[in-house]
Design a protein around this ligand. Structure first.
Ligand SMILES: C[S@@+](CC[C@H](N)C(=O)[O-])C[C@H]1O[C@@H](n2cnc3c(N)ncnc32)[C@H](O)[C@@H]1O
Ligand code: SF4
Length: 435
């Protein structure tokens, strides 16, 4: 995950606030509202994410001092696969039916004890639709009591007047709700009429209850046109966070990958996000903007900085390299509804073990699995354009699942890289990758 607003903040701190020759006109009206309370929650804002990485998040031992032992990964936990929606791109291939064999409450609690001992800092409770799990609040409350940072990843349609008090009382550190477009675009994408209105109502309830709330958007050719509208909605509604996700080729997202955005479309979306983020910062709006499922975003950002703030480009480059790009299997982990452990949520077709048979802490450090060994290798051994990229230290070779799903080789170049040959430092190439 690429924390755009954090990197942008670095520039704001040291820049004279005037970029060199801005490429785009102002896209947002200058209304100074919703100066973010997230500024008051630096630790929370450092870890609030689905598809997150933990290295940026200091972990405290309860006595106020940071521990030196490295923390475990952020764990995204799909507690239930059942869902009231059947979205076109869903990696978990969720549907409105029972999936037998899911972890019981007692099993979940036992896993949580192991995760805590393994110094996992963050649990993102996901699904399916997690609000369909009857013991969700019990699990979330216990997680909070144990000191985890707890996020709720929901489609938002089931957040209503009846359960908002319970959601607020659980005191989730963060609630992320998916909006894959405005109105009918979202409804088509998520295959339910009226879903947009219900999800927006859920977002408003969370916001009004004082929860930190974010919108998550996965872009394809079907909904790219709604990105400006969603960014406007985030501002108008006083939403704390916007998470832009590229499509990953998992589950129904792989089946429907022909609708993935063209590279040129992705570049335009990134330009808009960067400019929006810059303008937020200039206005003192500390909204969080993050991106996921395409670590080339960090490299694209470096080029943006180089054009506008050349004096700062190398300092930003060093920070981007310290971030290091893709962290599947290292700082991000996934446990599915049946207790199977995966390198991240997009690897449901590859199991590392099951928490019913072996503790997560043992599964996670075991590199006898070739995928896990490859992901944990430093540096990862990736071929094709990724292998010759001058910015491999920033991106880490991007998303291995897309390579595996398209050519059958998890260590081939990521076809989702939207950077041109010049942008990756390749002087002579057979073809340009920007289509
Ligand atoms: C699987 S959903 C579960 C939580 C909840 N039901 C929801 O839709 O937000 C978690 C997040 O993953 C995103 N997602 C699902 N499939 C994806 C894919 N193939 N590529 C990128 N993001 C995906 C969803 O849009 C959602 O934001
Ligand atoms: S993306 Fe979320 S809301 Fe859509 S089908 Fe999957 S689990 Fe359900």
């Amino acid at each position: 995950m690429f924390r755009l607003s954090q990197f942008m903040q670095e520039i704001v701190r040291s820049a004279a606030l005037e970029p060199i020759s801005p490429k785009h006109p102002a896209i947002l009206a200058d209304r100074p509202r919703n100066v973010d309370r997230t500024l008051a929650e630096p630790q929370a804002s450092a870890v609030a994410a689905p598809e997150s990485r933990s290295s940026a998040a200091p972990v405290f031992d309860g006595r106020g001092s940071a521990q030196s032992v490295p923390p475990g990964p952020v764990v995204i936990w799909n507690l239930i696969r059942r869902c009231n929606l059947t979205c076109k791109h869903c990696y978990s291939i969720s549907a409105d039916k029972d999936f037998p064999g899911e972890l019981s409450t007692a099993e979940v609690f036992a896993v949580m004890d192991d995760l805590k001992a393994f110094r996992v800092p963050v649990l993102i409770l996901s699904g399916g639709e997690p609000l369909l799990r009857p013991d969700l609040f019990e699990i979330a409350r216990r997680a909070k009591e144990m000191g985890f940072y707890v996020g709720l990843s929901s489609n938002g349609t089931l957040i209503d007047e009846r359960n908002i008090a319970r959601i607020a009382a659980t005191d989730f550190n963060y609630v992320g709700v998916s909006l894959d477009g405005i109105g009918a675009t979202h409804d088509r994408f998520r295959r339910m009429d009226g879903a947009f209105e219900q999800s927006l109502a859920g977002i408003r309830l969370c916001r009004d209850a004082g929860l930190k709330i974010g919108v998550r958007f996965t872009m394809t050719r079907d909904n790219a046109h709604d990105l400006p509208g969603l960014l406007k909605l985030v501002e108008d509604e006083g939403i704390d966070r916007f998470y832009f996700s590229h499509l990953n080729y998992a589950g129904r997202g792989n089946k429907n990958r022909k609708t993935d955005a063209h590279h040129q479309m992705t570049r335009q979306a990134m330009d808009l996000l960067f400019d929006t983020c810059w303008k937020y910062r200039q206005r003192g709006l500390a909204k969080e903007l993050t991106t996921g499922n395409n670590d080339a975003d960090g490299v694209y950002f470096y080029h943006w900085v180089k054009r506008r703030f050349p004096d700062q480009a190398e300092a930003v480059r060093a920070k981007l390299a310290a971030w290091g790009g893709n962290s599947s299997g290292v700082n991000v982990a996934n446990i599915d509804n049946l207790g199977k452990v995966h390198p991240d949520t997009m690897w449901w077709h590859h199991d590392l073990g099951n928490v019913r048979e072996r503790p997560f802490s043992a599964i996670w450090v075991d590199t006898s699995d070739p995928i896990m060994a490859g992901l944990k290798a430093k540096p990862r051994k990736v071929g094709g354009r990724c292998g010759v990229c001058a910015f491999f230290d920033i991106c880490g070779g991007n998303t291995r699942v897309r390579a595996q799903q398209t050519v059958g080789d998890p260590w081939a170049e990521d076809p989702g890289c939207y950077l041109g040959d010049e942008e990756i430092g390749v002087e002579v190439a057979n073809s340009s990758r920007v289509d």
